[in-house]
Design a protein around this ligand. Structure first.
Ligand code: ATP
Length: 306
């Protein structure tokens, strides 16, 4: 028994650590892919965000040297505009957001926010300036109110409710027996993927970051939920510099510019109508996705009729 004790105790510690880690989404994100070597430079200053322009200049990156992932990526997200990054699975889309958070350092090239190389600023200030709506939101084992207020702990009750309203989740919350005081997570109510994501959007609205990264859900949501989430995302990205990492294509139609990434290179860029007219990689991705969506809709109708 004593022999068993140590490994069990160790497993308990690891389990507690993982649980603790998964509580904070951005922390979790950092654990998934952070190079622990990255430190603030001596004398690094806080990032000063003015207009909120994000710029990638000829960025090269490889997780392991023999396998380059980004091979010279340049783009600018003008202040308040939205750029969507699309491309086949494994093209390097999420890698771009990890580099923007400086969880990794480019091998060559630079990333700048309002003209300041992110490698030169304090990491705390960088992460404070960027809001993240992740694919899979992990909520705290606490009340809904706590989960939203986490975006800005000193927010008033009215501000929390306003954020929930903008994220289109307030009516749902009010319909719960304990309203905003309802516990969520393991010990409380289980929320659906779409509801959790809207809580994350409310939290981000409350945080009010000048730069936003939306990592769109990979899994298909039903079309009603997808529309609700889309409306909520449109609200949160209004007037903020936004980078949408699009694993599906439904959110990109209204982006100011769409960047198509393939094998680490930008192979096309332009607006949705421009890219459809170009009849290249984007148009092919779009048509394929439409076919899949239509097939799913037909299947759903057939199942419903049975
Ligand atoms: P998807 O749409 O499927 O999420 P993506 O375009 O976002 O894909 P990334 O997550 O950026 O793709 O990954 C790009 C490539 O880098 C993939 O081939 C992936 O296997 C690889 N990769 C990602 N993270 C790591 C890591 N920590 N170490 C090594 N390789 C990695």
């Amino acid at each position: 028994l004593i022999q068993l004790y140590q490994p069990l105790n160790f497993m308990g510690t690891v389990y507690r650590e993982i649980k603790q880690a998964t509580l904070d989404i951005e922390q979790m994100f950092s654990l998934i892919g952070k190079d622990p070597e990255i430190q603030d430079k001596p004398g690094a200053l806080p990032l000063r965000v003015d207009a909120g322009e994000v710029r990638f200049e000829d960025v090269h990156f490889a997780y392991i040297p023999e396998r380059p992932i980004l091979k010279g990526i340049s783009f600018t997200v003008p202040p308040g505009k939205t750029i969507a990054i699309v491309g086949p699975s494994g093209a390097g889309k999420s890698t771009i957001s990890r580099l923007l958070f400086r969880f990794y350092e480019p091998n060559a090239g630079r990333i700048l926010i309002d003209g300041q190389p992110i490698a030169d600023v304090q990491q705390v200030s960088l992460r404070a300036a960027i809001g993240m709506v992740p694919q899979d939101t992990v909520l705290f084992n606490d009340t809904i109110e706590y989960n939203i207020r986490y975006g800005r702990p000193d927010a008033s009750e009215a501000e929390v409710e306003e954020a929930a309203r903008l994220a289109q989740i307030d009516r749902f919350i009010k319909s719960l027996p304990d309203g905003y005081a309802t516990s969520v997570g393991e010990r409380g109510l289980k929320l659906s993927g779409g509801e959790k994501q809207r809580v994350a959007i409310a939290r981000t609205i409350l945080k009010g970051p000048p730069v936003l990264v939306l990592d769109e859900a990979t899994s298909a949501l039903d079309s009603f939920t997808e529309k609700e989430i889309q409306d909520a995302l449109d609200r949160v990205s209004e007037g903020r510099t936004t980078l949408v990492i699009a694993h599906r294509l439904s959110t990109v139609i209204n982006a100011d510019e769409i960047i198509v990434l393939d094998k680490g290179l930008i192979v096309e860029r332009g607006s949705h109508p421009q890219l459809l007219a170009a009849d290249g990689v984007y148009a092919a991705l779009w048509n394929r996705q439409r076919q899949v969506d239509e097939a799913k809709a037909t299947l759903q109708r057939a199942t419903a009729e049975e």
